[in-house]
Design a protein around this ligand. Structure first.
Ligand code: KIV
Length: 284
C-alpha cells in the first residue's frame, strides 16, 4: 500500500462493490509482508492468544500484550487499515474502562478501529467508545469470548427466528455508532441480507461470500499449521512443510559441517592472523 487506507476508503470500497481483503496478523515481520500486498485491512485479533501463545481459547489475551503486538504490526504495515481486537474483560467492566482500553490501542499502537465482540448487553459500550471518537467494529454471530457459556462454536442464524434477532442486532449496533460489522460463522443467506441492509462495511469471517469483505487468520492462509480448522478456512500456501524442510536442511548442514562455510563467516583482516600468532609466541 502506497497511501494509508482510511475508514473513508472502506466505505468507498463498499459503495463501489469492491471487496475488502482482511487478515488477522500478529507480528512486525508478517505485517511487513502483508504491507507488500493488496490486502487493505489487518486485524490484530485476540486469536493471538491461541496462535501466538498456544492457549486453547482467546480468553487469556491481555490488554498490554495486545497493545504491544498491535504496535508491532503497525510498525510493519504503516499504511494498512489497522483494527485492534478488544480482549476479554477489556470492555465488559463498563464504559470508562472500555474507552480507556480502546483509546490505548489508538494512542499507543496506531490502531484506526477497535473490534468488540458484542451482544445486546454491549450496545451502551459500543455507543460510549464511538462517542469518544474511536471507530468501532461490532463483532456479532459466533463470539469466541463466550466459549465458557456455549462450550463449542456452531453456525449462527440458521433458523428464521435467530436470523431475525441477528438482523435486528446488526441494525442496533450501527445505530449505536458501529462503523463496521464483523459477522462470524453466520449463515451465508443472512450475512448477505445484513450486508445489503447495512450502510457500514460488513466483513465476513466464515459467513459466506455476500459480505463486503473477507477475513482469515494469516497462519491459515499461509498453511503454517496442520491443526484441524473450521470448514470456512482455506490455505493458499504450504509454509508448514516449507518450514519443516528448511529446518531439516539447516540441521543436516550443521551436523555435517557444511554450515557455516566461508561465505557465512567473518575473517580477520589480511596479515592480522600472522601478527596475532607472533604476539602469542612472544607472550609464551
Ligand atoms: O481474533 C481474531 O482473529 C478474529 C477473527 C478471526 C475475526 O476475531
Amino acid at each position: 500500500m502506497d497511501t494509508k487506507v482510511t475508514i473513508a476508503d472502506l466505505f468507498r470500497f463498499k459503495h463501489q462493490n469492491r471487496k475488502i481483503v482482511a487478515v488477522s496478523c500478529y507480528d512486525y515481520t508478517t505485517a511487513k509482508l502483508v504491507s507488500q500486498t493488496d490486502v487493505q485491512m489487518i486485524l490484530v485479533g485476540d486469536s493471538a492468544a491461541q496462535i501466538v501463545l498456544g492457549f486453547d481459547s482467546t480468553l487469556p489475551a491481555k490488554m498490554d500484550f495486545m497493545v504491544t503486538i498491535t504496535a508491532a504490526v503497525r510498525r510493519g504495515a504503516p499504511n494498512i487499515f489497522l483494527v485492534a481486537d478488544m480482549p476479554f474483560l477489556s470492555y465488559q467492566l463498563g464504559d470508562v474502562e472500555a474507552i480507556r482500553n480502546a483509546g490505548r490501542f489508538v494512542a499507543e499502537a496506531g490502531a484506526q478501529m477497535v473490534k468488540i465482540e458484542a451482544t445486546q448487553a454491549h450496545l451502551d459500550i459500543i455507543k460510549s467508545v464511538s462517542d469518544a471518537g474511536i471507530a468501532v467494529m461490532a463483532h456479532i454471530g459466533i463470539l469466541p469470548q463466550n466459549i465458557g457459556k456455549t462450550g463449542r462454536f456452531k453456525a449462527v442464524a440458521t433458523t428464521a427466528d435467530v436470523a431475525m434477532e441477528l438482523i435486528t442486532l446488526a441494525e442496533q449496533m450501527v445505530k449505536c455508532g458501529a462503523q463496521s460489522l464483523l459477522l462470524e460463522g453466520t449463515a451465508t443467506e443472512i450475512a448477505e441480507i445484513i450486508t445489503k441492509r447495512s450502510e457500514v462495511p460488513v466483513i465476513s469471517c466464515g459467513s459466506g461470500s455476500g459480505c463486503d469483505g473477507q477475513i482469515l487468520v494469516i497462519n491459515d492462509i499461509l498453511g503454517l499449521t496442520k491443526d484441524s480448522s473450521p470448514k470456512f478456512v482455506k490455505s493458499y500456501g504450504n509454509l508448514n512443510q516449507n518450514t519443516i524442510d528448511a529446518l531439516n536442511a539447516y540441521s543436516k548442514e550443521v551436523s555435517t559441517g557444511q554450515f557455516p562455510n566461508a561465505e557465512h563467516s567473518y575473517h580477520m583482516k589480511p596479515g592480522e592472523l600472522e601478527r596475532l600468532h607472533a604476539l602469542l609466541k612472544k607472550k609464551c
